[in-house]
Design a protein around this ligand. Structure first.
Ligand SMILES: C[S@@+](CC[C@H](N)C(=O)[O-])C[C@H]1O[C@@H](n2cnc3c(N)ncnc32)[C@H](O)[C@@H]1O
Length: 293
């Protein structure tokens, strides 16, 4: 079949759902992924033919797109902070606002990580690691660090481990439940961290109406939602964990619910953190907070 005809089918079936530009962008990503063809190929050779076997994944992807499956899950991969990451239905798709959190941490810690020493200068723990995007990006960009990452989902940890290998970094993965303090004591036997970071579940059920159907139907609810009555449950548990496991003057970083910035500052103050900073994301929403122990 002529490749351009398949693109026309994409437009006729998907434009109403996503708009023409987004459909073009999906198609370009898919032909690059499955056929190793650049967008310019269609311009230079409008009559370019592909075989039945080559057509098949494009039509399968079309079916998934029609059912609103995110393209990252269709491809099984995405990009985060310039690095490749595998994703599947057990892992949240990393978000651009989380790249901003990673960037904040890298900017704050680059100088220290450049001090040459036999022992790692900075011990970092990422809680609720998912794909490992935060932990792996920090391990890749901050020299002289020892990075650990924890998640309650064994399936997510399988993907995170694969992502560490894909990006050629060493991260220690820990299977644990941060809400269960008895087990987290075990985690802490050998470690005191300089940095603890987390992007925990923080979407309240009352905010479900704001969530796109493709997110609600496809992304793991374990990674997203918290009770309306206790929306800071994870942050409280992590602050308590940090009281034991973070070194004096260690830094705690969180990605947060945009509506709960003031509550987050009050929470960190309540746990005795100093120099608390609330930071907005590119869209001007309260999105990150840090504090010093
Ligand atoms: C919002 S996702 C963040 C994933 C990844 N760090 C990112 O930024 O894209 C929250 C993660 O917390 C994990 N999680 C949920 N409950 C947990 C618990 N009780 N203990 C540890 N991790 C948990 C989920 O499996 C999920 O991977």
């Amino acid at each position: 079949m002529i490749l351009k005809d398949i693109r026309n089918i994409y437009h006729s079936e998907l434009d109403a759902l996503f708009g023409k530009e987004e459909v073009d962008s999906f198609f370009n990503v898919l032909i690059e992924h499955y056929l190793n063809l650049k967008r310019i190929h269609l311009v230079l050779d409008p009559q370019y033919m592909i075989t039945k076997e080559e057509e098949q994944p494009l039509f399968e992807a079309l079916t998934h797109l029609k059912s609103q499956k995110p393209i990252q899950y269709i491809l099984g991969e995405t990009e985060f902070y310039g690095l490749p990451f595998k994703v599947n239905e057990h892992t949240l798709i990393p978000r651009p606002e989380t790249e901003e959190l990673v960037d904040w941490i890298i900017n704050c810690h680059t100088e220290r990580s450049q001090i040459v020493s036999k022992e790692p200068q900075t011990k970092i723990l990422d809680i609720g690691t998912g794909t490992g995007c935060i932990a792996i990006s920090l391990a890749k960009h901050l020299l002289n660090t020892k990075v650990s990452a924890l998640d309650v989902s064994e399936e997510a940890l399988v993907i995170a481990q694969q992502n560490a290998e894909l990006n050629v970094v060493n991260v220690e993965f820990i299977h644990d439940d941060i809400l269960n303090s008895r087990q987290t004591e075990l985690v802490s036997v050998f470690h005191k961290y300089d940095v603890i970071v987390s992007n925990p579940p923080y979407v309240r059920n009352l905010e479900k109406a704001e969530i796109q159907p493709n997110v609600l139907d496809n992304e793991p609810h374990l990674a997203l939602f918290v009770d309306d009555e206790n929306p800071l449950q994870f942050y409280k548990a992590i602050c308590e964990f940090a009281q034991i496991n973070l070194k004096a003057n260690g830094m705690l970083y969180f990605e947060i619910n945009e509506y709960l910035g003031a509550e987050m500052i009050a929470l960190l103050e309540g746990y005795g953190f100093k120099n608390i900073e609330l930071k907005k994301d590119l869209y001007g929403k309260d999105r990150m907070v840090k504090g010093v122990k």
